[in-house]
Design a protein around this ligand. Structure first.
Ligand code: 13P
Ligand code: SF4
Length: 337
């Protein structure tokens, strides 16, 4: 770290308000390591007319101290389409940065670590989708946004965990079918099928973070924490979702806590969620089991700073693929909330 990034009195003062916000989840002893990076990132953002889009799984120092906009995949995609900043720094995984680039091709989209992948995105290729279509002619292909641009380009419509139910109902109605191809998350597909009654042909993909939760584990949390409210992400296996009080996207889980203010809650999802939400709701007690997403955790303050300093790693999408993928994403964005 250069001299100018030391934890000086000026940096301490400039970041005091930010620390007050995250004091509950970041130990004081760690702040001198974060604060100079935070101050410099926020300065560079203004200088370069950049915005940071932070996913709900970012660590609290990224989520609360440098992100201009935070949310689930759906909200970040909407914001990428809307922002008038010249540069988007995606504090999330690669498919999210690709989605931003597809929706804002004229903007510079940066990802702090291009290795930040996703087990779902790497489970399927465009050629796989073409084969599925051959096998099931005439059926619409609904593709989770956790996929590459190439896979989106082969699809009729995209969805996120926040709108999957509405997207599947709408596309089934439009195609006049009771069956859709829903890829690549077998669990999300089965959870949506259970909610909509639409039959799904799916793919053997899974989120390496959410597939590890088990129904037994949920029953144990309830036994150890009587009265606890259990919220689960729909990438969890159906038997886990069946044990939960509510299942929804990361934003929907946050919305549930805000609306219901349960005394005690357990979020069956990635680790950083509880930390980030606990900052907003000090009156709620969070039981904090979690599974870490190694891809999301590749995004760090150091990486974001380097990204802004060097304007790298720039995310590009082949224009022909981008144009086709954009149709599927925009069709999703047009589905009413
Ligand atoms: P959300 O769209 O719910 O934020 O989920 C994205 C993700 O990667 C979950 O694992
Ligand atoms: Fe992909 Fe799962 Fe990580 Fe989300 S949590 S980015 S779905 S591996």
């Amino acid at each position: 770290m250069g001299l100018e990034l030391a934890y000086t009195e000026a940096v301490a003062q400039a970041t005091r308000g930010l620390y007050a916000r995250v004091a509950k989840v970041i130990p004081e002893i760690e702040w001198p390591a974060h604060a100079p990076l935070i101050a410099e990132i926020n300065r560079l953002k203004r200088q370069k007319n950049a915005v940071i889009l932070g996913h709900n799984y970012m660590t609290p120092e990224i989520f609360h101290c440098v992100s201009d906009f935070t949310g689930d995949s759906l909200a970040l995609a909407r914001e990428a389409a809307r922002t008038d900043a010249a540069v988007i720094v995606q504090a999330g995984v690669h498919f999210m940065a690709e989605t931003s680039k597809i929706l804002s091709p004229e903007k510079t989209v940066l990802i702090p670590d291009s290795r930040a992948g996703c087990s779902l995105a790497s489970s399927i290729t465009g050629a796989d989708v073409r084969l599925l279509r051959q096998k099931h002619p005439g059926l619409p292909v609904v593709t989770y946004v956790n996929t590459s641009a190439e896979v989106k380009a082969e699809s009729d419509i995209c969805c996120t965990s926040g709108n999957a139910v509405r997207v599947v109902e709408e596309i089934a109605r439009e195609f006049g079918t009771d069956t859709v191809i829903m890829i690549p998350d077998q669990y999300l597909a089965r959870n949506v099928a259970a909610k909509t009654g639409v039959k799904v042909i799916t793919w053997a993909g899974a989120c390496e973070v959410h597939e590890r939760f088990t129904a037994d584990e949920i029953r144990d949390y309830r036994a150890q924490n009587p009265g606890v409210t259990v919220l689960a992400h729909p990438e969890c296996p159906p038997e886990v979702v069946a044990e939960a009080d509510f299942a929804g996207s990361t934003a929907a889980m946050i919305g549930y806590v805000g609306a219901h203010r349960p005394a005690r809650v357990v979020m069956i999802t990635e680790c950083s969620m509880s930390d980030n939400v606990a900052v907003e709701y000090p009156d709620v007690d969070f039981v904090r089991p979690c599974n870490l997403c190694p891809h999301m955790k590749r995004i760090t303050l150091q990486g974001i700073l380097h990204s802004l300093q060097t304007m790298s790693v720039e995310v590009t999408v082949d224009p022909a693929i981008s144009a086709r993928a954009r149709v599927a994403i925009e069709r999703m964005l047009a589905v009413k909330a």
